[in-house]
Design a protein around this ligand. Structure first.
Ligand code: PGA
Length: 261
């Protein structure tokens, strides 16, 4: 049985000092709500410190991106080997901001997924459609393509170590429109179907998280849906008060410990 996952990507936010305060606070909350598996994805410059501060706690640490090569003439890039040396647990790959502003494509993400696995990190592959895809009703095709290429060539054993996040691009950030739980369940079902087609029974156990304008008001409705194995939260988890509200609500309503559906 998988534990329900609660994680946050900080994007390009938080000073070093803010990060230290956050880690101390989250450590306490993780003790109060021990049924969840937590992960935070700080900027690269904070990774070593965060790893040290949160060692021995149930909080995993992730990187927001990485290159697929061990080393080379790739100015500005980060090697998966270095992340592995730091003890980084999770590699977030293909966030829509990376796809949108830095032209990340499915083929390169496939190389990154394999590199993360090679170095013992959990690849967290993000998939999601644009508003235009949704309007033209091609969401299933878009998601399936992202999964089929992003996870191309993985063995079932490797697939057992991945996580997937569904992050509809139109639902992310300040201008995002929160997704309806019914819609999320529908897409999570499509993701589950594709994972099962690719990896058989192993696909049934791959955690599929939802992300995109999750907040204390809508978290419960989303978390209760079938095939939602965790929440991947941006703004609402950067502030620990609001993150705690989410934890409290989920706990009160019996979310956690085991996955849904
Ligand atoms: P948001 O970010 O919760 O602030 O919309 C989600 C994300 O980018 O993963």
């Amino acid at each position: 049985m998988k534990r329900f996952l609660l994680g946050t990507n900080w994007k390009m936010h938080k000073t070093f000092q803010e990060a230290e305060q956050y880690a101390a606070g989250l450590k306490k909350l993780a003790g109060q709500f021990p049924q969840y598996t937590y992960f935070i994805i700080p900027p690269y410059t904070h990774l070593r410190e965060m790893k040290e501060q949160l060692i021995g706690t149930p909080v995993m640490i992730g990187a927001q991106n990485m290159h697929w090569e061990d080393q080379g003439a790739y100015t500005g890039e980060i090697s998966p080997k270095w992340l592995c040396d730091l003890g980084i647990d999770v590699a977030e790959l293909g966030h829509s901001e990376r796809r949108q502003y830095y032209n990340e494509n499915d083929e390169d993400l496939n190389k990154k997924v394999k590199a993360a696995l090679k170095y013992g990190m959990t690849p967290l592959l993000c998939v999601g459609e644009y508003a235009k895809d949704k309007a033209y009703a091609v969401t299933p095709e878009v998601i399936r393509k992202q999964l089929k290429i992003g996870l191309f060539g993985l063995t079932k054993e490797q697939a057992a170590s991945i996580w997937v996040a569904y992050e509809p691009v139109w639902a992310i950030g300040e201008s995002g429109v929160p997704a309806e739980p019914e819609y999320v369940e529908w897409v999570h079902g499509i993701i589950r179907g594709q994972l099962t087609e690719l990896f058989g029974d192993t696909g049934k156990d791959i955690p599929v998280l939802y992300g995109g304008s999750v907040n204390p008001e809508n978290c419960l409705g989303l978390a209760q849906r079938k095939d939602v194995d965790g929440l991947f939260i941006g703004r609402s988890a950067w502030d620990l008060e609001s993150f705690e509200k989410i934890m409290t609500l989920l706990t009160k309503n019996g979310i956690g410990g085991t996955r849904n559906g």
